[in-house]
Design a protein. Structure first.
Length: 320
């Protein structure tokens, strides 16, 4: 359409000049006029960073776009183009002090109970690309910075609205639901508070293939959306971290005890094969003493009869 208008314009002007000046004058003037019009209308839609040219008519944005390469437009006829970057943008959101549901019922022992009804911190990673079919909407939203502010407001509003529906323990254990809830808010305008695995997988595939359009008129395609970290805030977080540390230490102690028993069993069987009578408890004690010494937590002593298999014991206990 633009090219046709330019061609008709030049043809009309050349016709008028021919009538007034004759063929020779027409040729010279036409050459100069063509050069002038080309210079005025020269536009380049860059490939790096990738751009799209949004066509404007009478300074009004349209959904007509120009792809990469050199283009000639007609600004003198009020037909121009605005260059819009269409590269992917990644945004990291961090929301703090999101209040959760208060719940004082717990089956944990009193010494392991933490305060419920606390607040959580939520980290979200979102990647989008401008939708080439909706560049006017993208520019009206303020492009990258404007889109970021709008999305931040949408996500924060939904988080604070739905936060009190579950305890902080439930939210930290339910990142899949939280991700699905917030993503549906962005693309549909309303959040789904029930996790749908089939629909979630479908959306993930769409994002990978090319993106999912937003539902807020921002003119973007969502290509990645993930809730990275959900953690209790302040003293609650410290208490939860301490409980997790204690649980890990307990599992470590159980593992060490099981290992000691296994090593003691091997050594006790070896002693019996050699005809040396030692109780299992004596052998287990020596194993634990040697481990303590290896870890720098104590000293050891020898049980008569164990010297004959000391090399095997040292090997099993890490060469000590």
């Amino acid at each position: 359409m633009i090219e046709i208008i330019i061609g008709l314009t030049i043809l009309g002007i050349s016709g008028m000049i021919t009538i007034l000046t004759g063929p020779l004058g027409t040729g010279l003037i036409l050459i100069g006029l063509t050069g002038l019009l080309t210079t005025l209308g020269y536009r380049e839609v860059k490939t790096s960073p990738p751009e799209r040219g949004m066509v404007t008519i009478l300074k009004k944005k349209t959904h007509r776009t120009l792809g990469e390469g050199i283009k000639i437009v007609a600004p003198y006829l009020f037909i121009d183009v605005i260059m819009i970057k269409v590269e992917k943008d990644n945004i990291d959101f961090n929301f703090t002090d999101v209040r959760c549901k208060a719940n004082n019922e717990t089956s944990a022992p009193p010494t392991q109970q933490t305060i419920s009804g606390a607040s959580i911190n939520v980290d979200i990673d979102l990647t989008f690309i401008p939708n080439s079919e909706k560049l006017p909407e993208f520019t009206d939203a303020g492009q990258k910075e404007g889109v970021k502010k709008i999305l931040e407001g949408v996500l924060e509003e939904d988080l604070r609205q739905n936060g009190p529906e579950k305890t902080w323990e439930e939210w930290t254990a339910g990142k899949d639901l939280l991700t699905f809830m917030l993503l549906t808010k962005v693309i549909n305008g309303t959040a789904s508070t029930t996790f749908d695995k089939k629909e979630s997988n479908k959306l993930k595939k769409q994002m990978i293939k090319g993106g999912v359009p937003d539902g807020h008129g921002l003119g973007i395609l969502i290509t990645n959306f993930n809730v990275g970290k959900v953690a209790p805030q302040g003293e609650i977080g410290k208490a939860a971290e301490q409980l997790a540390k204690e649980a890990l230490e307990r599992r470590s102690e159980v593992f060490e005890s099981q290992t000691d028993v296994e090593i003691a069993t091997i050594l006790h069987n070896a002693l019996e094969e050699k005809g040396i009578e030692k109780t299992f408890d004596q052998v287990l004690l020596e194993v634990r003493q040697r481990r303590s010494m290896r870890e720098g937590k104590g000293s050891t002593f020898e049980i008569k009869g164990l010297e004959s298999i000391s090399d095997a014991l040292k090997s099993l206990l890490g060469g000590r």
